[in-house]
Design a protein around this ligand. Structure first.
Ligand SMILES: O=C(O)c1cc(=O)[nH]c(=O)n1[C@@H]1O[C@H](COP(=O)(O)O)[C@@H](O)[C@H]1O
Length: 268
């Protein structure tokens, strides 16, 4: 079960940090490293300090690097089997097509969880959530500046659209208890609201680091009483901390440990 696996990794590594693997060819070329070599170095340097890795599929697909995506997920499973992999794909389509996306994530890439877009309705989430051992991470309130344009619209019953998604995820769509939500660190007020709606459901929080989300506000708004319930994801702030082939792994490790320690200050 993904959520149990995640919480075991959080305990073992005393960390809520997720490292996002978003490979940028120009930056990796500038280091003089091959893509897979660089990915392995980042993974090995940070694995003991994270609760999950989150490769973003578009970065790999744009580079025709599906083979490297397959290889790095297999590498994480082999060398760091206690750390689950969330494939960030933000898929959304009618059920029969969603079945193929679910196979892509869980069978082709062997991911432990996948991000999905719920705005086509609950029936389109079933092909993912029916894989009971896998995690389904549902977009709720995204980190981008324009997320309020639709997600904060008030519906006829007085709820906002993101509140509706949170309520449905907690109460209607979660037959297998394997749903999580995405909430941007850039929206701590909405995060507190969502935490009230969903109870103990784990939340994936992107937007720390390069997008300017605040760790203290995030923790105060979203942490569960048991000090867990959040997966705090950072990509650029960790994976591009270094600037040479010699220091990129060590600088990534340092940035990851620093984020882990900053977060843990607010968990006691
Ligand atoms: O689902 C996501 O991970 C996601 C949701 C969201 O609301 N905002 C968001 O930035 N993300 C992803 O999180 C990562 C953020 O990267 P950094 O801003 O470099 O930490 C990217 O891979 C985004 O695609």
């Amino acid at each position: 079960m993904f959520i149990q696996q995640l919480e075991r990794a959080q305990e073992k590594h005393q960390s809520l940090v997720c490292v996002g693997l978003d490979p940028n060819q120009a930056k990796i070329d500038a280091l003089g490293l091959g893509l897979l070599d660089w990915l392995k170095q980042i993974v090995d340097a940070t694995a003991q300090h994270v609760c999950a890795f989150k490769p973003q599929i578009a970065y790999f697909a744009a580079l025709k690097a599906e083979a490297e995506l397959t290889a790095i997920i297999a590498y994480i499973h082999e060398k760091h089997p206690d750390v689950p992999v969330i494939l960030d794909a933000k898929r959304g389509d009618i059920g029969s097509t969603a079945e193929q996306y679910a196979r892509e994530a869980f069978e082709r890439y062997q991911a432990d969880a996948v991000t999905v877009n719920p705005y086509m309705g609950g029936d389109t989430l079933k092909p993912y959530s029916s894989h009971a051992g896998k995690g389904v991470v549902v977009l709720c309130k995204t980190s981008n500046a324009g997320s309020g344009e639709l997600q904060n619209l008030t519906l006829a019953d007085g709820q906002t659209l993101f509140q509706k998604v949170a309520g449905k995820a907690a109460n209607d769509w979660n037959d297998n208890r394997n749903l999580l939500l995405v909430v941007g660190a850039t929206y701590p007020v909405e995060l507190a609201d969502i935490r009230q709606i969903v109870g103990d459901m784990p939340l994936l929080i992107p937007g720390i680091g390069a997008q300017g989300g605040d760790v203290e506000k995030t923790l105060k708004a979203g942490l569960r009483a048991d000090g867990k319930g959040l997966i705090i994801s950072s990509s650029r702030g960790i994976i591009y901390a270094g600037d040479s082939a010699e220091n990129c792994a060590e600088k990534a490790r340092q940035a990851c440990v620093e984020l882990k320690n900053t977060i843990n200050q607010y968990r006691d």
